[in-house]
Design a protein around this ligand. Structure first.
Ligand code: CDP
Ligand code: CDP
Length: 219
């Protein structure tokens, strides 16, 4: 069973994907964390984010592992726990550029498909329904107003002690949405057979229940 959940930043993908995966005991794959880890690899190794060639050449040296843990899955990059480091503002600001590179996308797509070989998955990202798992049993496309998404991120960041203003966050989200949906390779887009859910005025539980109902009709 493959469940693909796509959508822009703050639409609620990872929150609901984790809950749905737990309900069915499926593996949860956070593909955004993979692109964030590649971006962090460039930072750690002092490779310019603009240097597509160098990043593309280094891709085979990047080992990525996910360790299930509550409340967040641990992300291991070449034996180092980078769970928190991949969420920094610098990585968030540069991940759309790094994930627009052909070699980066080809390699991550290949690794994501391998993760579905022996298990049922809930996979979230931007191009899961359109590119990574075009034959997924269920395709969900989550959307929400940019104001709502910015407020959600603002609350999360504030709880973690960040001083970023609501306006800063809104600008960052708008810029990332634009880059993610206008890149040439596998842009963020709703696949024709994906079911769109606007989460602006829904609670997490309401979104999860909608998805569970859809999954049950396809199982
Ligand atoms: O959690 P948030 O919505 O902030 O972003 P994420 O899911 O961690 O993804 C970070 C970035 O990785 C996105 O803005 C995209 O640039 C890229 N990404 C992608 O290109 N393709 C995916 N399947 C997942 C993420
Ligand atoms: O993965 P994505 O960037 O799409 O969103 P997320 O990281 O799951 O963040 C969404 C935030 O909004 C979390 O703090 C959720 O608790 C909250 N939220 C939600 O996900 N869905 C709703 N329907 C309402 C709130």
């Amino acid at each position: 069973m493959q469940i693909a959940i796509d959508g822009p930043a703050g639409s609620g993908k990872s929150t609901v994907a984790k809950i749905v995966a737990k309900k069915f005991n499926f593996v949860y794959v956070d593909t955004g964390a993979m692109y964030r880890a590649v971006t962090l690899y460039a930072k750690i190794n002092q490779i310019d984010y603009e240097d597509e060639q160098e990043i593309s050449e280094k891709i085979p040296l990047i080992s990525l592992n996910f360790i299930p843990a509550d409340p967040v899955q641990k992300v291991i990059l070449n034996d180092q726990d980078v769970t928190e480091a991949i969420r920094s503002q610098e990585i968030t600001n540069n991940v759309s550029l790094v994930s627009s590179y052909q070699k980066v996308r080809d390699e991550m797509t290949e690794r994501q498909r391998q993760m579905t070989e022996n298990s049922s998955v809930v996979m979230d990202g931007r191009d899961i329904g359109t590119t990574v798992l075009p034959n997924a049993d269920v395709k969900i496309f989550l959307i929400a107003s940019v104001d709502q998404r910015a407020i959600r991120r603002f609350k999360e960041n504030k709880a973690q002690g960040s001083s970023a203003t609501l306006d800063d966050i809104k600008k960052e989200i708008v810029a990332r949405d634009y880059k993610d949906s206008h890149r040439l390779i596998s842009p963020l887009r709703k696949d024709d057979d994906a079911i769109e859910i606007d989460t602006s005025n829904l609670t997490v539980d309401q979104v999860v229940n909608k998805i569970l109902k859809i999954v049950k009709t396809r199982a």
